[in-house]
Design a protein around this ligand. Structure first.
Ligand code: GLU
Length: 317
């Protein structure tokens, strides 16, 4: 592929403040895009009405800029692209690739956000498949707002990941027909991410490997909508000493808190760089590492943020 034409993306959800785990994922995505000589966009994924918190989008932008990252073009606000997502829902319904569903409200609500590790619900048995012809009919008959589910056919899908390697995934047994809209005008994560990556011409998706299990669903949606598949790179997460993924609730490890404690952005950059292929990296601006960066050198094991690793970070002022 032509390296110059690559397009990456930073896709934070403004549901909490960014922590070291985000810093690592976003640095990797940014270094990869800049090493390729490609473009990178910033998309604020604000569709989850229930979880988006006021002021967080601004805080995300501030933290990313503090880290020394930049992006090409204005910030893309996901909720402003609702019309394109609605059009995709209609297209899939019209093509018989999706259907209205009036069951399991909880699961459908959860579908607004990216399902990070351990947040996946059970398999949907297909109760509403073939029950209604239109959303209006489903809503009239049930007296409830209808969600929309994508029709998943049986069979495993084999995909290639630039970090995780070749992997097989079987959405039919893992999740079944999954939600693509919670109700009219309320898209679910899987579809929103596919439509928005398609609109921005994203060629390279670099993100945490807790989203690896979503990839096959996104691949199916891309195929159904006639969108090109990007290259995927799922990087191991930053975990605590017990191996748990950092949560947005771990405020003590937030970039804002580290900054307040006097930790310099360049120290955060170096800390991540040392765990991403640059052994012995010294504090430096993020851009220092972009030219020599390659995802091939990113270790395949999670980054452990234990006491020693934290001391290394905060001791380095
Ligand atoms: N906005 C999503 C999240 O922060 C990430 C989506 C993606 O990278 O595909 O969980």
């Amino acid at each position: 592929m032509n390296a110059r034409s690559s397009v990456g993306r930073l896709a934070p959800s403004p549901t909490g403040i960014l922590h070291l785990g985000h810093a690592r994922s976003f640095l990797l995505a940014w270094w990869h895009a800049r090493a390729e000589g490609g473009r990178i966009v910033l998309r604020m994924e604000d569709l989850d009405e229930g979880r988006v918190k006021p002021g967080m989008a601004e805080a995300c932008v501030r933290d990313l800029a503090w880290l020394g990252l930049d992006w090409d073009g204005p910030v893309i606000v996901q909720s402003e692209g609702q019309a394109a997502i609605d059009a995709a829902v209609m297209e899939l319904l019209d093509a018989g690739r999706a259907y209205p569903c009036v069951c399991s409200r909880k699961e459908i609500e959860a579908a607004q956000s990216a399902p990070h590790a351990g947040q996946e619900k059970g398999r949907y048995p297909g109760t509403c498949r073939g029950r209604w012809r239109t959303i209006a009919e489903a809503e009239r008959a049930s007296g409830r707002p209808a969600a929309v589910r994508f029709v998943v056919e049986p069979g495993a899908i084999e995909l290639e990941d630039g970090i995780a390697g070749r992997f097989a995934s079987d959405p039919w047994t893992e999740v079944g027909d999954f939600p693509i809209a919670r109700r009219a005008g309320a898209a679910a994560y899987q579809l929103a991410v596919v439509v928005d990556d398609g609109r921005a011409g994203v060629t390279d998706v670099v993100r945490g490997d807790d989203l690896l299990s979503s990839t096959a669903r996104q691949w199916l949606l891309q195929r159904a909508l006639g969108l090109p598949h990007p290259r995927w790179f799922h990087a191991p997460l930053v975990v605590d000493a017990e191996g748990r993924r950092l949560a947005k609730r771990s405020d003590d490890l937030s970039l804002a808190e580290l900054r307040a404690r006097g930790v310099a952005a360049q120290s955060v950059v170096a800390w991540v760089a040392r765990r991403s292929g640059f052994a012995g990296a010294e504090p430096a601006p993020a851009s220092t590492f972009s030219r020599a960066f390659t995802l091939k050198n990113v270790p395949r094991a999670p980054v452990v943020l234990d006491r020693a690793a934290l001391a290394e970070l905060v001791g380095e002022r």
